[in-house]
Write a protein that binds this ligand. Structure first.
Ligand SMILES: [Zn+2]
Length: 481
């Protein structure tokens, strides 16, 4: 039976289990937790300013339209490093460029065409839309021609008779699970497919294939191939690797089921010596504990097929906005807020690895790390990795973010690739929970361009980064770890 004087103090009969009303009460009496009412008001101000300030969008537009694709080792990646550093200096942040040696891979030309198949009109060929996977070795300059063998997965490959793939082009036709993505599990759908993109050349070389093709790991049906990193092992022969579109994967599977299909494949990729590049570090110095840092970050490099707007120009832009808002609003937290634009996430996270190696001795002074690297879709809250009590600790912050539809707090093993080394080192880490339903339609394709970013949703992500960075940097005691 309920005993209510006001909603906030509604009580039920004594019970050991929190009931529905207990849970509601705990939500409306979220309070300010470890933060003062003034600090909560500062969070609200950061949130509201982020929602109307055009800085993040303008910075993203320059990064994508003016600088362009930012493949690690490329002139555009270097231009982006210098430009972001200058922008951060202009805000009065303390900027350093920290060196990292990064891959320098160049795509070249990439073509595929069927040269014989069942039902072919004499003298014709049929185009196959494909793109080289990142890090792929080249075919001979005039290409190679071989029969294709199509399998849906690794199990089917193992079930083939010995020698069935020798001298042939092996095709992994593993579909992207669009239904999984449609209900908000884009990351899981991607993870299921990406093992084929990553491991196909090793699996193919082991059975004597001369090249390997994978069905694109993405959700769109616009005959767009999705690139991404592939992996070689030193002890296994390196064979050329490309992604075909989902439509072309279906075509290959359909024709190969009818009889022999031969294909001509040309990839003129080049792997140049590793290049020197940089993580851009910009510190907004703490007033009480400048040595203690909270990282707010995204990765500056992108694939080369487009301008890397959602992956991950948006993450860089919303992180830049955190520093910009601290300056605009004259906020100086106790601890240092450290903006980081990571280099070479797409090609193996060499920038992040260099950071962890260079800052090993300062792990205890890393109070928290944020990364945005799942686009710029509407965020519904914060994912955190670390102690379970972080969830309760962040409740007042979630309450502030409820104002933009982002009240969720979810424990997660993964927050961001570039901050995974920090997470492993015991640093509490965080990421906006972003809408992933459509992200993999564009990610790593020629369609990852500025127009894909919704300005309001970008600002919501900026609000999360700014509010959370401030909350971590200004709490009386550091976040639980
Ligand atoms: Zn990314």
């Amino acid at each position: 039976m309920l005993v209510c004087s006001s909603f906030a103090v509604c009580q039920t009969q004594p019970s050991n289990q929190p009931n529905y009303l207990d849970r509601l009460n705990s939500m409306i009496s979220a309070g300010h937790g470890v933060w003062t009412p003034e600090q909560i008001a500062t969070m609200q101000r950061l949130r509201d300013t982020a929602m109307r300030d055009p800085y993040a969008l303008e910075e993203l537009r320059h990064l994508t339209d003016n600088i362009g694709p930012r493949l690690s080792g490329s002139p555009q990646a270097q231009q982006a490093v210098e430009w972001v550093a200058a922008e951060m200096r202009a805000l009065g942040a303390d900027v350093t460029l920290e060196k990292a040696m990064v891959p320098h891979w160049v795509r070249g030309t990439e073509t595929g065409e069927l040269v014989s198949w069942p039902g072919q009109a004499p003298g014709t060929t049929q185009k196959v839309v494909l793109t080289a996977l990142g890090g792929s070795v080249a075919t001979p300059a005039d290409g190679l021609t071989a029969e294709v063998v199509v399998v849906p997965d690794f199990d089917a490959l193992r079930a083939l008779p010995e020698g069935a793939v020798k001298g042939k082009i092996l095709v992994f036709n593993h579909p992207f699970d669009k239904e999984l993505a449609a209900v908000g599990n884009g990351g899981a759908a991607y993870g299921n497919g990406v093992v084929y993109r990553g491991l196909a050349p090793i699996a193919g070389a082991a059975v004597g294939a001369v090249a390997v093709l994978v069905r694109s790991v993405g959700g769109a049906d616009f005959r767009l191939p999705h690139t991404g990193l592939t992996i070689y092992r030193p002890e296994v022969a390196k064979i050329p690797a490309a992604a075909v579109t989902s439509e072309d994967a279906d075509l290959l599977a359909h024709l190969a089921a009818q009889g022999p299909v031969r294909m001509h494949l040309t990839l003129t990729t080049q792997t140049l010596p590793d290049a020197q590049s940089y993580n851009v570090i910009a510190d907004w110095k703490g007033t009480e504990h400048p040595e203690q840092v909270v990282i707010v970050s995204g990765h500056l490099d992108s694939w080369d097929l487009a301008t890397g707007a959602i992956d991950d120009g948006a993450g860089v832009a919303v992180s830049m906005q955190a520093i910009h808002l601290l300056k605009e609003l004259g906020i100086h937290p106790r601890r240092t807020v450290r903006f980081v634009a990571w280099m070479a996430e797409e090609e193996g996270s060499q920038g992040a690895a260099a950071y962890v190696a260079d800052h090993k001795q300062q792990m205890a002074d890393h109070i928290g790390a944020l990364e945005s690297d799942l686009g710029a879709g509407h965020p519904t809250g914060i994912a955190y990795a670390g102690k379970p009590e972080l969830g309760q600790w962040l409740r007042p912050v979630a309450h502030v973010l409820d104002g933009i539809g982002a009240p969720l707090l979810e424990g997660s093993g993964e927050t961001g690739e570039d901050i995974s080394g920090l997470t492993a080192g015991g640093v509490p880490s965080f990421a906006p929970i972003q809408d992933s339903r459509f992200y993999f339609n564009y990610h790593h394709t020629a369609a990852d361009t500025f127009d894909k970013v919704n300005p309001k949703e970008l600002n919501e992500n900026a609000a999360i980064m700014a509010v959370l960075a401030y909350a971590l940097a200004d709490s009386p005691a550091p976040a639980p770890r």
